[in-house]
Write a protein that binds this ligand. Sequence first.
Ligand code: SF4
Length: 928
Amino acid sequence: MKTFINDLVSTYLSEYGDKPLESCIITPSKRAHRYIKAELMAQEDSGFLPALYSIDDFIFKYTPLLRIDEIDLTYKLFEIFKKHKKEADFDFEEYLSYSSILLNDFNEIDIQMANGKDIYAYLTDVKAIQLWNPDGSPLSNSQKEYLKFYNLLGFIYSDFRNQLFKEGLCYQGMAYRHFAENILASFEQLKYKNILFAGFNALTKSEEIILKKAQQIKKAKILWDVDTYYLNDQMMEAGFYMRKHKKWDFQLESQAKSHFSSLEKTINIIGVAGTLGQARLAAQIIEQEQKEQLEKSPEQAKISALIPADENLLLPILNSFSKTAQENTNITMGFPLEHTHAYTLAQNLIKLHLHAAQLDQGKHHTLYRSELTAILSNDLIKSLNAYKTNPIKPSFQKFIKPIEVHALLQEANLEQLKDSFENCHNQPHLLLEKIHFLLNTVYENNQKSEIELLEENETDALLQLINTSKRLGSLVTEHDQPKQLKGLNILFKQLTIGLKQAFIGKTEKGLQLMGLLETRLMDFENLTILSLNEDILPASSFSNSFIPADIKHEFEMPGIQEKTAVYAYHFYRLLQRAKNIHLIYSTTKKALSGGEKSRFIKQLEFELLKYKSNISIKHQLLSFDDIKIPQKKIIRIEKDTSIMNKLEELAHKGLSPTRIISYIRCPLQFYFQSIAKIKETDQAEDIIDDRKLGDAIHKILEDFYKPFKGKVFPKEKLAPFLKEIPQLVEEYYAKEFKGNTDSGPNYLSLKDTSYYLTQFIKYEIQHNSPLEIIGVEEYLQRNMKLENGLLVKIHGNADRIDKKEGVIRILDYKTGAVDAKKIKYLEDPKKPNESIFTKPDYDKAIQLFVYHWMHKNTSYQTAQSGIISFRNIKNPYIMLEGSENMQYTEELFKNLIQEIFDKETAFEAQDKEDKICDFCNYRNICSK
Ligand code: SF4
């Protein structure tokens, strides 16, 4: 197979091969440089290689400004803000909530050579128009503040750049802009007479100026990698940038190849469930390929690539590989720091101290037991003395005192960590010292050990975080910001969350496991791409910026269309020379992304086949059973006598629908919550979340309906109540949140509560016929006798029970999203596996069924159960469908309760869906 790198080296040799010391090659990134060097040596073994630069390295080498990182930029920008805000107590924490967005915007403005001052002036005008009151009423104080903020941005942008410039410093966009604005002077200082730019596609405005100018002054040649298939079809996103470039580089069109129409290809499109399914399938494909390649020449073995479009698949893939496959794999992709044990350890220590400082205002330095457990269960801490189990035993106590912590550390032979858990008095620099100390202790221990205790990526992550905590510590002391742990928590996350560890392989042989962006310039005969799902490839269009898409468009900055075009190019470019292609997507539905296969696959299926007949496309859907899944480590708790006693206690006290749902989601989670009674971490933030919004609605409606219990509800009461709602909501919030509701999330929640209630009562006025209120917050209870004679109490409160048109309705208020399709029995005696009791998504249907079942005990009248959904305000009553299947459901329900109390059935970790574990508060304990 003739690759782009073959072409690049041939072009270089024919154009500049006789003057290597006067020539350089510039590429979009340096990932492919090792391959270019190898090819140069293979084609021309003269001993002199040209200089190779990524565009970034090239610009910074020839720019008189020094690049500084995000930590320094964040503090420098804060100083500028302080100057403009003229507020002595300008809040650093508030500033952190938008600082990184602003830094990104500044970078983009500069790299795209846009006029920052004009953009921010335009933005301010747009915001002013949005706030303008047509009735002439003046702006409120908060609206004025809002406008003032936007008004400042233009000045801050200019001052920030000027200040950095004065100090000889810059960020990436500033350096590119400076190079492009001084293009002739910039080129004059180059020691190279010839430049070959190769493999570029999406150029920023500054890059475009640099390439164009270099070409005009005959210093440079540009080598594009493009196929006529997507270049000539105006509708294809992949050719978007190339079509733009061909307007100024007249050689582009002649360089276009026609691989899609000339080469034979087999494209296998395979849908498989979830992360694990994809990883396992990839391992099967790769192992098969490697086996075949072993039988061929070793040269053949270097032309396979595995590309997980979602980098979170890296570890599942490696875990699915056999030892031989791992040894023959060269990983060239960044691994997110946040997925390492080192990051979790640092983050958990921050959380522990943050919450300790908030509890009792830190006076008695009490720690949350569960948070301490999470730290001591971390694999890195275990590496210190290699104990196998967590020294903290399950306990009823939610908190733990320092004296108990010391005793516990002593017992676990971890006394050296004592300082890490002592009071840091809400002082960020002291906490950073503790983080530094803890991570360093683990690192040093690993270094001293004769056997390798930690994986290589964990030691790299430790080093990265040790350096970050040290640097941050000196900046926090120098600037005396942030002043509290809350701010440090935000800052630490902000500076570390996007960091990646370089996983750079040492050889170009074997399977190349790499990220999509790392594939630039490279070609592979055998290609496997994973996670070809919408919102992954192409990535979601969400953009974190203060500059709206239409203003970006106005100022010729790239928007969603351009970003999608970049992904499309990478995808099609990879495909153009490949021969055996596997495109794998997940069939698992996700709440946000919808789990849809990528539109790129759909395009191939519909368009590529029409374009060329010697491309064969096969489509397969595999189930889990088609792929051999490695045996998982089963986490199980056997029901010994003490657990059986606790279960009996629970049977007497009663099981609520919520607990039953928790068991269906994961029996182990149910065990932690209801038997071991390990408390979930409290949300210490002082904000009103969705749950609290629900509480407010429940309470206000309870107070309203309660006086009419047992009576026909007087419909004429609704209209006056409607008028009172804003006042009632404000009173409720003022009482519950002690005045902390004038701004921020609390204010928004208050407004949401008022809105939902108002809309609901309006609906009631319009649609409701006479109604009898039977119960409000009505306690329902029913006992179930198990086979062993144990009586289990099932109980719960129904929000409202009423009677309408002769039918009793047991109603539950819901403020979260409700999928009406999931409010049904879904029982079929022939398909017990489709029971609502096996599907966590049907939690609301289960809850309604249990209410119905409990109510049946007390009343033999016709009844229905349902939800009042405040989000679905056009049709808020969603009733449980399919009650003809109730009897069968009842049998399954009894089996379920029987199972919970069955001595022989252990509590096991769930294996239904990964997302259940993602949202589980016991993740750290369970270590699944
Ligand atoms: S992390 Fe997953 S397996 Fe473990 S308890 Fe939670 S839901 Fe169950």
